[in-house]
Design a protein around this ligand. Structure first.
Ligand code: ADP
Ligand code: MG
Length: 317
């Protein structure tokens, strides 16, 4: 009976039992739900169409178009899109753990090893987006980074099957977690929220979107530098994971904007005192004001701090 009431509330979702809320954004509420025919859990982003203008509706359709193209173990998988009279529903793979943001709040900050474990997965997803699909995310932040707790397996499309055996992250599904790397219960990390993302070239063809020869220099230049915004954001996330607060902050938006524009941040004492010089070097290469000098995704993946191996824990006797 209760289920009948909920499907009245959410027309078009008759196949799902809507469960607890997972999160919310400006226009959306995300619920955990159970797909009744398969008994699998999913996340449903519900967007109210009322008071959305044409441009906002277009943006939702674009978000769906982008999500449909993506297939990566560190990106939340698209399941289906339902367009009803009052709502749009974007059904996705459920990231049971919720936001990395909440985990930072809970643990105050992450160890260097746990930080590396998290940011490496984000980096693999970004490399896929930048180099294989031609998409810039443009909204990388701890609220949009979700995770599965160590023990939990993905609820749909078991990702282990999609991975090459030489991919180190493939071990995580099988529960063969490298001791000393995990902690904090964070297993697989997944990027969510493609609401602000932009396609810079067409998937598979690698030809730029729009008519090639007629594109103005400022557009070409913009696209040339658009991937760099994700790298800056990764730098902000990396900084935040390591110390528990963001690199740029001010009560006044004007002052904040000025600090960001100048790249004015510090490794604040005492919080940064125990953090390795390699980690600080890596952060500084991402938080570089000149986008041409900033780390690209490949630079980042090749960074010395990123390639340090976690201190091995003694094997149980
Ligand atoms: P918005 O564009 O409104 O920010 P998001 O797609 O970021 O919407 O979703 C809002 C919040 O809902 C996220 O920050 C997260 O807490 C939660 N959420 C979104 N997608 C999922 C998912 N697939 N699994 C679990 N929680 C999710
Ligand atoms: Mg969001």
């Amino acid at each position: 009976r209760l289920q009948k009431l909920k499907s009245v509330k959410y027309p078009g979702l008759e196949n799902y039992e809507v469960l607890e809320q997972m999160g919310e954004g400006a226009f959306s509420i995300v619920y955990k739900a159970r797909h009744l025919p398969s008994n699998q859990h999913v996340a449903i982003k519900i967007l109210r169409k009322f008071q959305m203008d044409q441009a906002q509706k277009q943006a939702v359709l674009k978000e769906v178009t982008i999500m449909r193209q993506l297939n990566h173990p560190n990106i939340v998988k698209f399941v289906e899109f339902i367009d009803s009279e009052p709502y749009y529903y974007i059904v996705q793979e459920l990231a049971v753990g919720g936001e990395i943001f909440t985990a930072i709040v809970k643990y105050t900050y992450f160890s260097e090893d746990l930080t590396r474990h998290v940011i490496t997965q984000v980096a693999h997803a970004i490399r896929y987006l930048h180099e294989e699909v031609g998409i810039v995310h443009r909204d990388i932040k701890p609220e949009n980074l979700l995770y599965l707790p160590i023990e939990s397996k993905p609820s749909i499309n078991p990702v282990a099957k999609l991975r090459k055996s030489d991919d180190p992250s493939s071990k995580q599904d099988e529960g063969e977690f490298v001791p000393g790397v995990g902690g904090g219960g964070i297993g697989i990390v997944k990027i969510a929220d493609f609401g602000l993302s932009k396609q810079i070239w067409e998937h598979n063809t690698k030809t730029p979107c729009g008519t090639v020869g007629y594109t103005a220099p400022e557009i070409v230049r913009d696209e040339r530098y658009s991937k760099e915004v994700d790298m800056w954001a990764i730098g902000c996330v990396l900084y935040t994971l390591l110390c528990g607060f963001p690199p740029f902050y001010d009560e006044r938006i004007e002052t904040l904007t000025e600090k960001v524009a100048k790249g004015e941040y510090t490794f604040l004492t005492p919080w940064w005192d125990e953090i390795s010089a390699d980690a600080k070097h890596c952060v500084s290469k991402l938080l570089t004001v000149d986008p041409a000098q900033r780390y690209t995704i490949d630079d980042f993946l090749n960074d010395p701090w990123m390639n340090k191996t976690a201190v091995a824990q003694p094997a149980p006797a």
